[in-house]
Design a binder for this molecule. Structure first.
Ligand code: G3P
Length: 214
């Protein structure tokens, strides 16, 4: 399973990259707005920092405009993936970008049938949002189970990128369901590292080492 970081903060991405948590990056307008910088400038800096795919989102909702924006974003670097919100016009844009050889990631997916349409349109990645479903008392991970099953049934090439991850259990369940990618905030990766018994064990080893003859 690949690890992407869900961030537009270059320093955070650098730190995560050093720790081996950056097979790719996902951004969205909310994350980029927090940097106070232009989308294209942020994406350019991220693409210099990482080798994997970097999702950069369009803001238009009309197919021609999405394609125009997508082509501009794709010029920034070879590893840019054009992120498109799920809607009818978005599916038109995905088809057109795919026929030009541009990679796409369709975002804001909340149902398995949306994901089926995304794969049929030829998207590279699909982004189901698990945390936002949990927030409204639906089972976000059930969506991942259904999408991975449908894609397996029909040998679809689109990769499942689990997004809106809030805690380590989302990562564990994604791995058990054979999702292709998880995109996590830095904080969640850091949570994966820690275990109280590990801390206790380290403390004991240090104590015992201190008692060894010098
Ligand atoms: O990049 C999209 C996604 O991961 C958003 O997560 O926490 O805003 O629901 P969240």
């Amino acid at each position: 399973m690949q690890f992407y970081i869900d961030s537009a903060d270059i320093e955070e991405i650098r730190q995560a990259n050093k720790r081996g948590w950056v097979d790719g990056v996902t951004t969205n307008p909310t994350l980029v707005a927090k940097t106070g910088r232009k989308n294209a400038d942020v994406i350019k800096d991220i693409c210099k920092e990482v080798k994997g795919l970097v999702s950069a989102e369009v803001i238009s909702l009309q197919a021609d405009e999405m394609v125009r924006e997508g082509l501009e974003l794709a010029k920034i670097a070879d590893n840019v993936v054009v992120k498109i919100p799920m809607c009818e016009e978005g599916l038109v844009a995905v088809r057109r970008l795919a026929s030009d050889g541009i990679k796409t990631n369709v975002t804001l997916i909340f149902s398995p049938l949306q994901a089926l349409l995304v794969a049929k349109a030829g998207a590279t990645l699909v982004s189901p949002f698990v945390g936002r479903l949990d927030d409204i008392a639906y089972d976000g991970m059930e969506l991942i189970s259904q999408i991975t099953q449908i894609y397996e049934n029909y040998e679809m090439d689109t990769q499942v990128l689990v997004a809106s991850i809030r805690h380590p259990i989302h990562v564990l369940q994604s791995a058990l369901m054979k999702a292709d990618i998880v995109t996590c905030p830095y904080k969640v990766f850091a949570q994966l590292v820690n275990h109280p018994l590990t801390d206790k064990g380290i403390a004991q080893f240090l104590k015992d080492a201190a008692a060894m003859p010098k």
